[in-house]
Design a protein around this ligand. Structure first.
Ligand SMILES: Nc1ncnc2c1ncn2[C@@H]1O[C@H](COP(=O)(O)OP(=O)(O)OP(=O)(O)O)[C@@H](O)[C@H]1O
Ligand SMILES: [Mg+2]
Length: 596
């Protein structure tokens, strides 16, 4: 209960008032008792003096022991003694004999032997001054004020008048005052508690309200305000609280917005993003990253996941590189460039690492192809150059003098030069097509006529190999929108291959069909065929199935690549279907030219 400010406040108030009232009460009562006793003391002196002045025997006698009877008589007959007082006339002799007084049975006794007389003040008064006392150890029910008054003559003490007065009335007054003070204190304390409760409620009420609302805020409810009733410190606290809520609301909404923006960005970005803390806990992974590292469960440890993928991308390896760097990762025929960098925590220390997985498969392939291309070109050029060089040297060394040999050598040199020139012009053509520098003049072409032209060009070559080319009767109404040279090049390369890779006395068929809205030109042979695993690669630059054999036949592996590029530029396609030792079927699919 006293943990709350409210009750502590009331308790402090209570104690303060209790303390103040007690001190004041004690002070007043002590003072009252003191004043009363003082007055009693003065009254007693006056009373003693009155008794003395009304006893002529005491006044006139130099030695009281000579006038005991007179003194006693004056007590019996003259002096009025009150019911609340006792008077003793004590002789200043050795044993302090009581010679007269209001208590007759004590006359003749030594004052020292009487319990009713306080020996201490009697002895003290022998010094010549009156002494009074209110004995504290009182067994009697009533309280008496004692006073011993020495009667002097010529600086000699004749005797003592000892007066005892009942002062119960003083203590009655003091007790009454105490009662009043206690009642006043009780009343003050009750009022204090009530006022304290009211006051503390006015302070703690708004604080309680603030606490409840702050708790709701911590649970994410920001749609609330504190009621501000005053302009004091509490009121200002309420105002500040309301201001804080508004500011928080704005900040949180901004944060939400930023977070959702970030999440959307991460979700839809092409690169994989993965955040890992220093202990290896995966904090965040976007869908691409999840897919790359095959992450199904968020609670998995980074190292456990990565160990199956690459030993280079574990947390300890990353730590060795001080959380900075790039690693190449190969997974499922894909190549990823993994860039990683540390992120800082609130203490500005490394909190973990962010990894970005970039799919560089294409780039990687292109780089590889470029390297291969340079190697292939160098290789292809090197062979004819070496041949030309060796034949030229032989000629210079004297072969020139033998006309037959010289002619044969020069023919070889000529054919090798042709081969080089063909290679270079093929390469140039290919590079122009690849870099889209070739300007295609797309025009309406008649398929029948165009095929016929190319067929005528190859007729001799086929005849030399005793290969029969069977051309179906192509309908005349088949037209395509194509660049003339481009189309001729495709047919020449494919038909050329059919003749080239078909042994002597073989057959080549040319068929043309309409299918859907396309025209399919099918060139078929019964030649050597292409193995299954090579079929998908024959459109790559310099790709030849049997390098040694094709070289013999003068092939460089560029023909189909050029044909494919031309077809691509005309929304067309080329498909292969082949079986080793049985033959090859190449189908060129071109959209039909339609007249609007
Ligand atoms: N009709 C076919 N029969 C068997 N193999 C073929 C046929 N057509 C192409 N090929 C194979 O495909 C490879 C690629 O053909 P491509 O036309 O691109 O190159 P090439 O004929 O060797 O040289 P180029 O055509 O540049 O003179 C050839 O080397 C050959 O091995
Ligand atoms: Mg070819």
């Amino acid at each position: 209960m006293f943990k709350s400010i409210r009750w502590r406040f009331v308790l402090i108030y209570f104690l303060l008032v209790l303390l103040a009232m007690s001190i004041v009460g004690l002070f007043i009562i002590t003072q009252l008792e003191h004043i009363q006793l003082d007055m009693s003391s003065k009254n007693m002196v006056t009373r003693i003096k009155t008794i003395f002045s009304s006893t002529t025997a005491m006044q006139q006698s130099d030695d009281w022991s000579q006038n005991i009877d007179e003194i006693q008589n004056s007590f019996k007959n003259g002096i009025q003694i009150g019911y609340n007082e006792n008077v003793y006339v004590i002789l200043n002799d050795e044993i302090k004999t009581i010679i007269a007084g209001s208590v007759e049975e004590t006359i003749g006794q030594s004052a020292y032997n009487l319990n009713t007389i306080n020996n201490y003040i009697l002895t003290k008064s022998m010094e010549g001054n009156y002494v009074d006392i209110v004995p504290t150890e009182i067994n009697e029910e009533s309280v008496y004020h004692h006073m011993s008054y020495p009667i002097m003559q010529d600086e000699e003490i004749k005797g003592y008048i000892y007066l005892k007065t009942n002062i119960d009335y003083i203590y009655d007054t003091v007790d009454k005052s105490k009662e009043i003070m206690t009642q006043a204190t009780a009343m003050a304390l009750t009022i204090t508690i009530l006022l304290g409760l009211i006051l503390s409620r006015s302070i703690t009420g708004p604080i309680k309200d603030l606490t409840v609302k702050a708790k709701q805020m911590s649970e994410g409810n920001f749609d609330q305000k504190v009621e501000v009733k005053s302009n004091d410190e509490i009121g200002q606290l309420g105002k500040m609280f309301n201001f804080l809520i508004d500011e928080l609301k704005i900040s949180i909404s901004k944060l939400h917005q930023e977070k959702s923006k970030m999440e959307t960005t991460f979700k839809y970005m092409a690169d994989g993003v993965l955040t890992v803390d220093k202990k290896g806990n995966i904090i965040h992974a976007n869908p691409v990253a999840r897919n790359i590292i095959s992450l199904n469960n968020d609670n998995e440890n980074f190292d456990n996941v990565m160990l199956n993928i690459s030993e280079n991308i574990t947390l300890s390896e990353i730590e060795k590189k001080e959380y900075h760097g790039t690693i190449i990762l190969h997974k499922n025929n894909e190549t990823y460039k993994v860039d990683f960098a540390p992120f800082m925590d609130s203490q500005n220390e490394i909190g973990g690492v962010i990894l970005v997985f970039k799919n560089v498969t294409e780039q990687y392939k292109i780089e590889k192809m470029q390297k291969e291309f340079v190697a292939n070109v160098s290789h292809e050029l090197k062979t004819p150059i070496t041949t030309i060089k060796s034949y030229t040297e032989t000629l210079l060394d004297g072969a020139m003098c033998e006309p037959n040999l010289a002619e044969e050598f020069l023919k070889v040199i000529n054919s090798e030069s042709d081969r080089m020139s063909r290679l270079v012009s093929d390469l140039l053509r290919l590079s122009r097509i690849e870099y889209e520098q070739t300007k295609w003049i797309k025009e309406k072409l008649n398929v029948k006529e165009s095929i016929q032209d190319t067929y005528n060009k190859l007729k001799i070559y086929a005849k030399n190999k005793d290969i029969s080319i069977h051309v179906v009767d192509i309908p005349k109404d088949m037209n395509i929108l194509f660049d003339k040279d481009g189309f001729d090049q495709i047919i020449l390369n494919i038909l050329g291959n059919a003749v080239k890779y078909t042994p002597n006395h073989g057959n080549v068929w040319i068929d043309v069909k309409k299918q859907d809205k396309n025209i399919n030109i099918i060139i078929k042979d019964d030649g050597i065929g292409i193995p299954k695993e090579d079929q998908k690669r024959i459109f790559e630059r310099f790709y030849r199935v049997d390098k040694a054999r094709t070289r013999e036949l003068g092939g460089t592996g560029l023909g189909l690549s050029i044909a494919k590029h031309i077809a691509d530029a005309h929304n067309s396609d080329i498909k292969v279907n082949s079986e080793v030792q049985k033959g090859t079927e190449i189908c060129i699919i071109i959209p039909e030219y339609e007249i609007d």
